[in-house]
Design a protein around this ligand. Structure first.
Ligand SMILES: [Zn+2]
Length: 134
């Protein structure tokens, strides 16, 4: 709906500035999100980051010599688990891993690690940190 100006009254209206200042944005809605770099679906948030083995980011090479920088996240969404649990060549001793792919486009985004607890190890350069508009 477009604002309607009362031309016949000849009186300036100030209520638009009042509406803007009444906008009450909370911390939760300004949360930074990590989205899939390829398709843009939301995957996780900056507040879900956690430390495993004392660090929130780890750099690993797999047996094929691909190098990944992995960020650890307590929670994630829009990921599809695409393999059976395995402890073969695990980067986190004691944890089994499963390949996780983007639910939106199928890009390999990381791994789900499971032991007594679980976390997501996500490939940082396949995510894009998106700041929510104010
Ligand atoms: Zn995607």
């Amino acid at each position: 709906m477009w604002p309607q100006f009362a031309r016949d009254k000849g009186e300036p209206k100030h209520h638009y500035s009042t509406l803007e200042s009444a906008d009450d944005t909370t911390d939760a809605s300004s949360e930074q999100r990590y989205v899939c770099r390829a398709c843009g679906v939301p995957v996780t948030t900056a507040t879900a980051r956690m430390s495993i083995g004392g660090r929130a980011e780890h750099t690993f090479a797999n047996p094929g010599a691909d190098v990944y920088t992995i960020g650890c996240f307590a929670d994630a969404q829009n990921l599809v688990v695409a393999s059976e649990p395995s402890s073969l060549f695990t980067w986190f001793p004691g944890y089994q891993w499963q390949v996780t792919i983007c639910a939106g486009c199928g890009l390999h985004l990381g791994w789900l690690y499971t032991a007594v607890n679980r976390f997501y190890g996500l490939i940082m350069d396949r995510l894009y940190l998106q700041e929510k508009p104010p």
